[in-house]
Design a protein around this ligand. Structure first.
Ligand SMILES: Nc1nc2c(ncn2[C@@H]2O[C@H](COP(=O)(O)OP(=O)(O)O)[C@@H](O)[C@H]2O)c(=O)[nH]1
Ligand SMILES: [Mg+2]
Length: 390
């Protein structure tokens, strides 16, 4: 009762508008319960009560929050060290300049002042927001709530701390350093653990979305960051019996789906490439014991298919392409957005303009209540996630 409802109705309304528009992206947690009525095939059950109901609770939350999970295993000092190391590399080195310069002028052993805490955390948060800008599109942004606080935490003092570049050796209890350390610990206790305890303890299936194509468009650094972020999260999920998430929250996930989104941005012949690419990107997580007892699958899918496959002739050769309405503009276009590599290209192969997976407007939907949304492979996803429950 205390969790906002996922506004499917509102999303459908927007998608069916004239012109159709994309619903608001997720910025907090919401849930929806589906009651799926179906005819049982089981000969015994069929005779008793042929119509069965499967209840499915779907929980939607920002992917950013997953990045808080690894913090549970890190002390404030260990986390600081990780961030400091990341900030030595571009583009973070430049983007974090202002925050780092300010941090260097601050005496961490001096008495904690609210105004300093606010300023220092604001500069750090600004840095995280810059990392998110489309031209950088970085994923490994911690703490997750700094850029995605959710309704209840906007402006809360719990979010006023930041990692450090150097740890002071001598300090007392009311120092800036001690205060930030306390806030980091209470962030873990009151935000991170609370979230996982409240929600993750009841999940038994999970789907993780990765916008691989967007990373392709942005470049190598963006891709590496996304890969590292997902692998970091998966490492701390460690879904097997001995994993962290199990230790803390008694999780019982038995199926995990990794999905590359926006599969309608590529030509149909590239779908299998997109899937192989995602699989290769997650190879480390797939191969080790992370998934003891958890079956996982990789899929390329589109929740709303915005393009049509077509063919065109270029220099006398038949080529496949996609047709759709670009997000900016009102004339449909046909294009070949590029080939999806199966293996990760070398850094020097990510040349500017190699990938151009364009964003599209949602299609005009005449009969969404009758035939549903046009999609790519959502049926595969459902079969994998729910098939065995029927
Ligand atoms: N072409 C296409 N674009 C999509 C699809 N799903 C999402 N998008 C685009 O990605 C944006 C963000 O998607 P959304 O699901 O709201 O992301 P969230 O931030 O994870 O909640 C949307 O506004 C669309 O522009 C899809 O299936 N096909
Ligand atoms: Mg969403």
């Amino acid at each position: 009762m205390h969790i906002p409802t996922f506004r499917y109705d509102r999303a459908i309304e927007q998608l069916c508008g004239d012109p159709p528009t994309w619903p608001e992206p997720t910025n907090g947690i919401s849930e929806v319960r589906l009651a799926i009525r179906y005819l049982s095939n089981n000969p015994l059950l069929k005779r008793m009560s042929p119509i069965k109901t499967l209840y499915v609770d779907i929980v939607d939350y920002p992917g950013e929050w997953l990045l808080d999970l690894p913090l549970l295993e890190l002390s404030y000092e260990e986390w600081s060290e990780q961030i400091a190391r990341l900030c030595e590399m571009e583009p973070r080195a430049t983007l974090s300049q202002e925050w780092r310069t300010f941090l260097e002028t601050v005496d961490l052993t001096s008495e904690a002042e609210d105004s300093t805490l606010r300023q220092i955390s604001q500069l750090y948060t600004d840095f995280l927001y810059r990392c998110k800008e489309p031209q950088y599109n970085l994923s490994l942004l911690q703490p997750g709530r700094f850029t995605m606080p959710g309704e209840d935490l906007k402006g809360a003092p719990l979010l006023e701390f930041c990692p450090l570049l150097k740890i002071p050796e001598d300090y007392n209890d009311n120092s800036l350093y001690a205060e930030m350390k306390r806030r980091y610990e209470s962030y873990k206790e009151h935000v991170v653990k609370k979230f996982y305890q409240a929600h993750f303890s009841s999940f038994d299936r999970q789907i993780i979305f990765a916008d691989v194509l967007r990373a392709f468009n942005t470049g190598y650094a963006s891709f590496v960051d996304m890969r590292d972020a997902i692998n970091m999260v998966l490492k701390s999920f460690h879904y097997g019996k001995s994993g962290l998430i199990n230790k803390f929250f008694g999780l019982k996930i038995d199926k995990m789906l990794f999905a590359a989104t926006k599969a309608d941005h590529v030509t149909p012949d590239q779908l299998s490439h997109l899937e192989s690419f995602l699989q290769n990107m997650l190879a480390t997580s797939h191969n080790n014991a992370t998934f003891e007892g958890v079956s996982s699958e990789t899929l390329a899918l589109a929740a709303v298919k915005c393009t049509q496959a077509a063919h065109t002739t270029f220099q006398g050769k038949k080529m496949s392409c996609i047709k759709g309405m670009p997000i900016e503009g009102d004339k449909p276009i046909a294009l070949f957005p590029g080939e999806v590599p199966i293996e990760v290209p070398m850094p020097e192969e990510w040349v500017e303009g190699r990938f151009h997976f364009m964003a599209f407007k949602p299609p005009r939907l005449a009969n969404v209540h009758g035939s549903g949304l046009p999609h790519i492979r959502l049926d595969h996803a459902l079969e994998f996630l729910l098939g065995d429950k029927f």
